[in-house]
Write a protein of this length. Sequence first.
Length: 240
Amino acid sequence: MDNIEKIIQKKLFEMQDLKYRDFSLKLIPNLPAEKFIGVRTPDLRRYAKELAGSVQGDEFIKCLPHKYHEENCLHGFILEQCRDYDRTIGELERFLPYIDNWATCDTITPKVFKKHLPELYEMILIWLRSEHTYTVRFGIEMLMCFYLDDNFKPEMLELVAGIKSKKYYVKMMAAWYFATALAKQRDAALPYITEQKLDPWVHNKTIQKAIESYRISGELKAEIKPLKLKIEKSEDLIYD
């Protein structure tokens, strides 16, 4: 195992871009600088395609925890290539607890999920109850990616609205979800704003994101903009 990690790390350092490393540090402030190599996402995705299905790739995804941020991203991109749903879920269950930032979490969207939406939904219900920040965030993201169009059910909005968390990166994803729901499922999502059914912080952030979105009409933006709440004391959020 140690040997494959060294081989992968050597390859990643060969692709290092120090300017991009410094840029990444600013985007992901909850990770220490020593966690970053500095490899651009397109390069990581190309490398993941080379590794997916190979002996090296299979050995690498067994090596947890990883040392570097880019190794975690590479791990996620390899899982995206897997065509076996059960294996993808099994490997995700192993990997999700090790995800430590929003960027790694948000770039993982396994292609095989599209063909297994009923089974995936059952897994999402489990992920949303997790105590791990990025497992919950991933669950909300999968609802947003796969269940806001033809497979949408109003109960899904209630699932996200019901999440009680002080974690900043969970709340942000919930707001992103509801802003997207306003664009795709307006009639079902709008009452959560007009009737103030959301956590106040999520409520305000949803309105902000919706107003910034090009997918939402000017008419709807004008309707929800005055509904922003006045919160006297800023909530103490946990940034991990």
